[in-house]
Design a protein around this ligand. Structure first.
Ligand SMILES: [Zn+2]
Length: 133
């Protein structure tokens, strides 16, 4: 992938993960990654409409998935799409946790393990420092 394209994705996101919103400055040892929202495996392309910045945790758990299982209904639901969906429509902060407000939000929170213990510890520390959000 072209380095200019990577830089554009990074700048557009404000240098934060577009799923869990962690900022690059808060995870200095792991560089945020440019990910394909629709994976190459599913014919997703290298263009700005299909690229997002993601932390290693979100990217790892998302993998090539386009859908997940809604923990409430059990239905197969599309994942949050950072280019088409608005974060605030699907997620909300409750303390240091990210809560899914919609089927899509709940499904994405669960699949990407957005509230795993490691992330909650980091957010708790950031909150104490007044740097969460
Ligand atoms: Zn993330």
């Amino acid at each position: 992938m072209d380095e200019t394209l990577r830089e554009l994705v990074r700048l557009r996101s404000g240098n934060r993960c577009e799923y869990c919103l962690i900022r690059q400055e808060h995870i200095p040892l792991t560089k945020l990654q440019v990910e394909h929202i629709v994976a190459r495996q599913h014919a997703g392309e290298d263009d700005l409409t299909n690229l997002a910045l993601a932390c290693d945790r979100c990217n790892l758990h998302k993998g090539p998935n386009l859908t997940g299982i809604d923990p409430v209904s059990g239905d197969i639901v599309p994942l949050f799409h950072p280019r088409r969906d608005n974060w605030d429509d699907h997620f909300q902060w409750v303390g240091v946790e990210i809560i899914g407000l919609t089927r899509k939000g709940r499904t994405t929170v669960r699949l990407l393990q957005m509230n795993d213990s490691r992330r909650l510890r980091l957010r708790t520390t950031l909150r104490r420092l007044g740097q969460l959000h």
